[in-house]
Design a binder for this molecule. Structure first.
Ligand code: KG4
Ligand code: ZN
Length: 335
């Protein structure tokens, strides 16, 4: 009988190489190396991302073990991101996780990246945890989804984006005003000194709990193309604030609609875009007005990181009864 469970977790789905070590729900280390190489290209270059993962995975692993103060022999299982993500990037993590699990002779646990974003809220040092069932809004560079979470294993998609993700809307619009990838955090920073009522961009009319951001992106592009570079430079704070508030309002409107449709009061908001300061402010406002309780993971568990893979691995390890671990035949990722 194992009292304390030690999980080593690996995340390589996109452009962050990350390894974490958890003791039960507590994070002992969570090392994230964000690949800078993509900045100048305005987005992630898949081939460069997998080569960077290959280069970084061992140093990141060594630092994670060192910072956690554990030995590899203490680890009970390896959890890793099987998907969704970039195929080459995932393959580096998959091969590495398989090899480590084989050489240490411990179980291998495959994790869905989006479910991991949601369950990151259960990491010990998040101050508050939701009750099941709750609804999760996962907003990242690749996804924008509303998911009904019935328990640690049961996830029902209620809505998703029909085109771009919210993070993509930030990143691609930012590129149009010469901000490096990822533009989300820079827009957030610039917007803090801007007037969000200065420029008006259209919100899409999408039925139900689905999202769309491509119309907004096109209208932003048309607006920028009509302006001189001096105008853009002089009004950058207001442009960023106006764009940001439109993206965030689209998300907030759907949270309220989800609450009214499904009569669920607890909402987890997770994924890279959940770091956005305007979103966090708006969530506080709707808590009061719409009687919603929102839970947002700490910032270092919101953007891509291995600790969220580890917490998901911990729940699967505890529930596994030794039947749910992955075998070594797995190759292609499942979405
Ligand atoms: O979850 P994540 O780290 O990686 C994916 O799985 O995609 O999310 C990355 C996304 C990027 O689009 C980035 O611009 C966005 O999250 N992001 C932000 C902020 N911080 C990260 N977007 C708006 N405001 C932020 N503060
Ligand atoms: Zn992510």
């Amino acid at each position: 009988m194992i009292n304390d469970v030690y999980i080593l977790a690996i995340e390589t789905s996109c452009d962050d190489t990350s390894v974490a070590i958890l003791k039960n729900q507590k994070v002992l280390s969570n090392i994230v190396s964000s690949q800078k190489i993509h900045e100048i290209y305005g987005g992630v270059v898949p081939e460069l991302a997998s080569r960077e993962h290959d280069r970084l995975i061992i140093p990141v692993l060594k630092k994670a073990i060192n910072d956690a103060g554990v030995n590899l022999v203490d680890i009970h299982a390896i959890a890793y991101t099987r998907g969704p993500g970039l195929l080459g990037s995932l393959l580096v993590g998959t091969s590495f996780a398989k090899s480590l699990s084989l050489s240490l002779d411990i179980p291998l646990i495959e994790i869905n990246h989006m479910q991991a974003h949601i369950l990151s809220i259960f990491i010990d040092d998040n101050p508050e945890k939701p009750e099941f069932p709750f609804i999760a809004l996962t907003v990242s560079g690749g996804h924008t989804q509303l998911v009904l979470v019935k328990d640690y294993e049961n996830f029902v998609e209620l809505g998703t984006t029909l085109d771009d993700a919210a993070g993509e809307a930030f990143d691609k619009s930012g590129k149009l005003v010469n901000l490096n990838y990822p533009a989300g955090p820079k827009i957030d920073e610039l917007a803090s000194k801007g007037d969000f009522n200065k420029f008006k961009f259209p919100k899409p009319k999408v039925d139900g709990l689905n999202f769309s951001f491509s119309g907004l992106k096109t209208s932003f592009k048309n607006f920028i193309n009509k302006q001189s570079s001096d105008f853009i430079k002089d009004n950058l704070h207001d442009i960023c604030a106006s764009l940001q508030s439109t993206i965030i309002e689209i998300l907030i409107d759907k949270i309220i609609m989800a609450k009214n449709t499904h009569k669920v009061n607890d909402f987890v908001v997770c994924g890279g875009v959940s770091v956005n300061s305007f979103l966090r402010k708006k969530l506080k406002e709707i808590e009061k007005i719409n009687r919603i309780k929102t839970y947002v993971p700490k910032i270092n568990y919101s953007t891509d990181n291995a600790a969220m893979i580890g917490i998901n691995g911990y729940f699967k390890f505890k529930d596994s009864k030794f039947g749910k671990f992955s075998d070594y035949s797995l190759s292609k990722y499942k979405v």
